[in-house]
Design a protein around this ligand. Sequence first.
Ligand SMILES: Nc1nc2c(ncn2[C@@H]2O[C@H](COP(=O)(O)OP(=O)(O)OP(=O)(O)O)[C@@H](O)[C@H]2O)c(=O)[nH]1
Ligand SMILES: [Mg+2]
Length: 179
Amino acid sequence: MVLGFLGFPNSGKTTVYNAMTGLETETGYIHRSDINKAVVEILDERVEKLVEIYQPKKITFPSVEVYDFAKGEDEDTKEVFNSVEAKLLDVIGLVVRCFEDAVIDEELGKAKPLKDVYRFESEFILSDLIIAEKRLEKINMNLKRGVRSALAEAEKKLLEKVANGLHDELPVRKMQLDK
Ligand SMILES: Nc1nc2c(ncn2[C@@H]2O[C@H](COP(=O)(O)OP(=O)(O)OP(=O)(O)O)[C@@H](O)[C@H]2O)c(=O)[nH]1
Ligand SMILES: [Mg+2]
């Protein structure tokens, strides 16, 4: 499983990442744009029970790959979504700022966690809409050129439904796409 922490600058992503991985990656007020990555073993008592029974030579616990994203001050959020690493994610952990800090409050204003959740969701929707429309453009171009297939027609129909929903600010996970 691949998990990635995303969120606005100084929301506490690296702090949560450190808590989960046991690492001591630098946190602070400087907005850095590097991505941190670690692999965390999940200790599972079921594995321990199996080890007792089978006494294997080698024990491999399940693991989670964890990414800590960041965007530089001038970067757009969609650049983060479009990074190769973001496309690998199975789970997105959205970190929102929910604490007082004189320096951060001065720079970014007081924490508004719920508003940040909605703001970030809008960014997800926008990013998905760009992806859906780009793909639709490509399919339509192929159809115009005469490259037709049942699959392309079905994909077009589905993507139009997705794009319409996104235009209405509905996240893809809440759409009914099987009908
Ligand atoms: N009081 C308090 N401070 C926190 C909390 N979480 C993070 N901080 C502090 O807020 C600052 C920013 O935390 P980071 O974990 O670096 O935030 P980030 O989201 O990784 O920041 P960027 O990577 O620069 O976007 C650091 O000085 C942290 O110590 C918290 O829950 N409470
Ligand atoms: Mg960070």
